[in-house]
Design a protein around this ligand. Structure first.
Ligand SMILES: C[S@@+](CC[C@H](N)C(=O)[O-])C[C@H]1O[C@@H](n2cnc3c(N)ncnc32)[C@H](O)[C@@H]1O
Length: 496
């Protein structure tokens, strides 16, 4: 019954969205080749309404119906020295016009569009962090957070830091510009209060809803004069119903460059989406948009889902698995002791570890240390190999060059990096491969434990929570299968 109500509501919101696009933005919705439908395990998705040949225009969204810096900047001018970024401005607008419960958004500009956005993000891990209950309370979400692989927790905390930074900026902006609150279409009791006010917890939750809408639904869109890295983002009605598929994408955004020439009039700004060049589309088929070549770690933290894969598909090269081994490499670095007691430069392991970390940072090789299953053979990333070469030098310090100065010793490492020599020495090549094997074995053992614990801790969950448990299990399985694949590459003597 509840499900039927939900479907009915979705259908009404969809038809109001089309009316708005037609009446307020002159879009010819008869040309539309897609519609939104409910999808098991993924909310809603975009489906083809009829069959069409390759490179058909699926739909074109008028530029004024896009929500971005261009269409919002007249509402949110800079205050004091605060100039809002695209994410900040779009999320502020959503915050000020969030619909109450299942009602429609009352925003006079984008109301019918805002009404089609998800009403909550209960299954998104960032929302669990923001709404974390007190420590004593045990929730399923808290348990899931505790069962994540460390690299995924790290990615999630990095996202949380980005969220908090935007939240702080919005709070400061609202505090310096109270009259913006008067433009909100929300009823007084629902109005967000600026930072420091008693209701600031509501504000952070509201802002999380707005921010996640932008973070999970916006797409690159060139805006004249805007920073392509930070500000060329837009929310785009209809397109934002498209789900991700790792293997295939049937939707191609047509991006016209606004940067062709300063006086160019060729950039109409309407956003067109075509079907892909290669294949026909069948009526009723779901149309996907590939969000990007992200790892599952990133998909989980940013979007709240992972790409599922079948057992053995990593080993056989059908699925691209990736593991970030930052925490284990860091642990290894900090535990390194000079090979034969104290050496001239480094009397303690802490100093040696610090020197290693500093050198890797100075040379730009700190972090992004991954194991990758594709392209075959499964291998460590080049950055990881480079770091391991130096770590190996440090672990054999006294043996390799008693009493030498660090600069002399690292010269051969730099020569390899700069392509002046192939390797540091045979011993170094063998040494870093041994260290890598130890790290891979650690990853694999930890993943098996993590998987067992996840199954135990999260047994008995139902609905979306059970779906989420499978996501977490998938993340652990990926760690194990990629690490095992790299061990096999090492054992068969693959040259990376
Ligand atoms: C741009 S929206 C797509 C539309 C969305 N499904 C909806 O109901 O409005 C992105 C969100 O859709 C969901 N999603 C997209 N692709 C998915 C997939 N392959 N599997 C599961 N969920 C997916 C995730 O919740 C993601 O954060």
């Amino acid at each position: 019954m509840g499900d039927m109500d939900g479907k009915k509501r979705d259908a009404t919101r969809w038809s109001r969205l089309l009316q708005w696009l037609e009446n307020s933005h002159d879009m010819d919705t008869r040309q539309l080749m897609v519609e939104a439908r409910t999808v098991e395990g993924a909310g809603r998705g975009l489906f083809a309404t009829k069959s069409c040949p390759p490179s058909t225009t699926l739909f074109t969204i008028p530029k004024k119906a896009l929500m971005n810096l261009d269409t919002l900047k007249s509402l949110y001018s800079p205050v004091a020295d605060i100039r809002l970024s695209a994410v900040q401005m779009i999320s502020l607008h959503l915050l000020l016009h969030r619909p109450a419960g299942e009602e429609d958004s009352l925003d006079p500009t984008f109301g019918p569009y805002i009404s089609t956005l998800p009403r909550d993000f209960v299954s998104h891990p960032l929302a669990w962090l923001v709404e974390r209950p007190r420590k004593s309370e045990q929730t399923a979400e808290g348990l899931i957070l505790r069962n994540l692989p460390p690299s995924v927790t790290d990615a999630l905390h990095t996202l949380y830091a980005r969220f908090l930074e935007d939240y702080q900026t919005i709070c400061t902006y609202l505090n310096k510009n109270h009259q913006i609150l008067a433009t909100s279409s929300r009823q007084k009791p629902h109005l967000p209060m600026p930072y420091g006010a008693s209701a600031s917890m509501t504000l952070v939750k509201d802002y999380c809803w707005a921010w996640l809408n932008v973070n999970t639904r916006s797409i690159y869109y060139p805006i004249r004069g805007a920073d392509p890295e930070k500000d060329c983002l837009t929310l785009c009605p209809i397109l934002d119903f498209a789900n991700h598929n790792e293997a295939s994408s049937q939707i191609t955004p047509i991006i016209e460059s606004p940067f062709r020439s300063p006086s160019s009039q060729t950039f109409a700004g309407d956003f067109t989406f075509k079907s892909c060049l290669q294949t026909d589309i069948k009526g009723g088929q779901q149309l996907f948009l590939r969000y990007g070549g992200h790892s599952n770690r990133t998909f989980f933290a940013e979007y709240g889902f992972v790409n599922r894969f079948t057992p053995e598909s990593i080993a056989s090269g059908q699925f691209r698995g990736e593991v970030d081994v930052q925490d284990l490499v860091e642990e290894y670095i900090l535990a390194i002791k000079p090979a034969q007691g104290g050496s001239r430069g480094f009397s303690t392991s802490v100093k040696l570890g610090n020197w290693l970390a500093n050198t890797l940072q100075e040379e730009g090789y700190w972090g992004e240390w991954t194991l990758d299953s594709l392209p075959l053979p499964a291998h460590p990333s080049y950055r990881l190999i480079t770091a391991l070469r130096l770590i190996q030098i440090a672990s054999t310090w006294e043996v390799a060059a008693p009493g030498s100065l660090p600069e002399v010793i690292t010269q051969s490492w730099k020569d390899v990096m700069n392509g002046r020599r192939e390797s540091i020495s045979e011993e170094n090549e063998k040494g870093w491969r041994d260290i890598l094997q130890k790290i891979c074995n650690q990853v694999s053992r930890r993943a098996q434990k993590g998987l067992d614990q996840t199954v135990k801790d999260l047994a008995g969950l139902e609905g979306w929570l059970a779906w989420m448990r499978e996501n977490v299990a998938c993340l652990w399985r990926e760690e194990m299968e990629v690490a095992d694949a790299v061990v096999r590459s090492l054992q068969t003597g693959e040259v990376f």
